[in-house]
Design a protein around this ligand. Structure first.
Ligand SMILES: Cc1ncc(COP(=O)(O)O)c(C=O)c1O
Length: 351
C-alpha cells in the first residue's frame, strides 16, 4: 500500500483530528459508527466538530451504508468516518458510494485493521484520507504513533501544514487517562448502567481529546516505516490465532454470527452470547484476569447522542458481543485455555 502523502503523528487520535480538520473543516457534524472506540469521538471533538452516531451492520461491525443514508436524510452531516472495526473491513465501497452521491468527505479509520483488504483492495485506499494507529494493542504495536495517508497531493500539503502547527509533544497522560476511564467503565458497568456515567465520559472526551494532539518526532516515523515492513508476518500470525479460536469453538451455536469478514486481520476474535449470559460469563472471566472484553458498547448508552431506536444493531451487540483477545503476547496455549473456559462457563451459566 503506497500513497502520495504519509504524515506521522503522536497517535491515531491526532491523525484522525487532522484529517477531519483538513478535509471536513470545523463546526459541522461528523457521522461515526455508534459502536466504536471512544478515541474516535474524542478526535472529532478535538477537530472542532461534533459527532452523530450511525448504526453498524451485523456482519462487519462497521457503519451501515443504509443507516448512513437515513442519518444524512435526518440532519446535516459535514463528513463521515468509516471505521474498520476489530480488523474487519467495513462496507467501505458502499459508504464511499453514499459519500460520493452526497458530496461528503470520507475519512477511513484503519486503526484496528492495518493490512486488511476489502474485495482484494487494501483498506485505506477507499477514502479521501486514511488514518492508522501504532498504539498499544494495535496490529503494529509501537506503544504510540499515528499516520495519515492520502493519494491527493493537495490534501497531503494541507495535512503537512496542519501538522506543523501541532505541539511537538502531546500530554501523554491524556491518552492513558482516556483509555483507563473507558476500560474501567466498560469492564465494570456493562451497557445498562453506563448511562449514569455519561457526563463523566463526555467531559473526558472534551478535555482529553485536544490534550492528546501532537507530532511524532525523533526516530518515530522511521520506527513506523520499519514496523510496516513486518506487516505480512504479523497479519499471518493473527490469522493463525483466529483459526485456533475458530477450531476450538467450532460447532457452538453462539458462533453462528462471528464478526469475521473476508480479508480481515483479526484484532479481536468476537463471538456473540445471549444477552444476560454474556454479562455473567464476562464478569467471571474478568474476575479471573482473562483477556476478554465487551467492546464497543454503543456510545448512546453514555451520551444519549442519538435516538436508540435508530441504532438497533449497535444496541444488540452491546449486550451480546464478547471479544476474545489475540494480541502479540497472547500465546496458543492461552487461547486454548480461554476457549475451554468459555465453553465451561457457558455450559454452567446457561444451565
Ligand atoms: C478505531 C480507532 N480509531 C482511532 C484510535 C486512536 O488511536 P490512538 O490510540 O493511537 O490515538 C483507536 C485506538 O485507540 C481506534 O481503535
Amino acid at each position: 500500500l503506497s500513497f502520495a502523502g504519509e504524515h506521522y503523528f503522536a497517535n491515531g487520535t491526532t491523525a484522525l483530528a487532522v484529517a477531519l480538520r483538513v478535509r471536513a473543516g470545523q463546526g459541522g457534524r461528523i457521522a461515526i459508527p455508534a459502536a466504536v472506540c471512544p478515541n474516535v469521538p474524542a478526535a472529532v471533538l478535538a477537530s472542532g466538530n461534533d459527532f452523530v452516531l450511525v448504526d453498524i451492520d451485523g456482519a462487519s461491525g462497521g457503519m451501515s451504508p443504509t443507516a448512513l443514508v437515513a442519518c444524512i436524510g435526518r440532519q446535516g452531516v459535514a463528513g463521515v468516518i468509516a471505521v474498520h472495526a476489530y480488523g474487519n473491513p467495513c462496507d467501505v465501497p458502499g459508504l464511499a458510494a453514499v459519500c460520493r452521491d452526497a458530496d461528503l468527505p470520507l475519512i477511513e479509520d484503519c486503526a484496528q485493521a492495518e493490512g486488511a483488504e476489502c474485495g482484494g483492495r487494501p483498506v485505506g485506499s477507499f477514502g479521501d484520507v486514511a488514518v492508522f494507529s501504532y498504539g498499544a494493542g494495535k496490529i503494529l504495536d509501537l506503544g504510540g504513533g499515528g499516520m495519515t495517508c492520502t493519494a491527493d497531493a493537495a490534501l497531503a500539503g494541507r495535512i503537512a501544514a496542519a501538522a506543523a502547527d501541532l505541539p511537538e509533544t502531546p500530554d501523554e497522560s491524556a491518552a492513558d487517562d482516556l483509555a483507563a476511564i473507558y476500560k474501567f467503565l466498560y469492564n465494570r458497568f456493562f451497557p445498562g448502567r453506563l448511562v449514569d456515567y455519561g457526563d463523566w465520559l463526555r467531559t473526558a472526551l472534551f478535555r482529553l481529546g485536544p490534550a492528546m494532539l501532537g507530532r511524532l518526532g525523533g526516530a518515530g516515523p522511521d520506527a513506523v516505516r520499519e514496523a510496516r515492513a513486518t506487516l505480512p508476518r504479523r497479519v499471518a500470525r493473527r490469522r493463525a490465532k483466529a483459526a485456533r479460536y475458530r477450531e476450538a469453538l467450532a460447532g457452538q451455536s453462539y458462533l453462528a454470527v462471528p464478526l469475521a469478514v473476508e480479508g480481515a486481520v483479526p484484532w479481536r476474535f468476537n463471538v456473540r452470547l445471549e444477552a444476560g449470559l454474556r454479562d455473567r460469563v464476562l464478569k467471571r472471566m474478568l474476575a479471573d484476569g482473562r483477556k476478554v472484553s465487551s467492546w464497543y458498547p454503543s456510545l448512546d448508552y453514555f451520551l444519549g447522542a442519538s435516538d436508540a431506536d435508530e441504532l438497533p444493531q449497535a444496541r444488540a451487540d452491546s449486550l451480546t458481543l464478547l471479544n476474545l483477545w489475540l494480541d502479540d503476547d497472547t500465546g496458543e496455549a492461552e487461547i486454548a485455555e480461554t476457549c475451554a473456559e468459555v465453553l465451561r462457563l457457558v455450559a454452567e451459566e446457561a444451565a
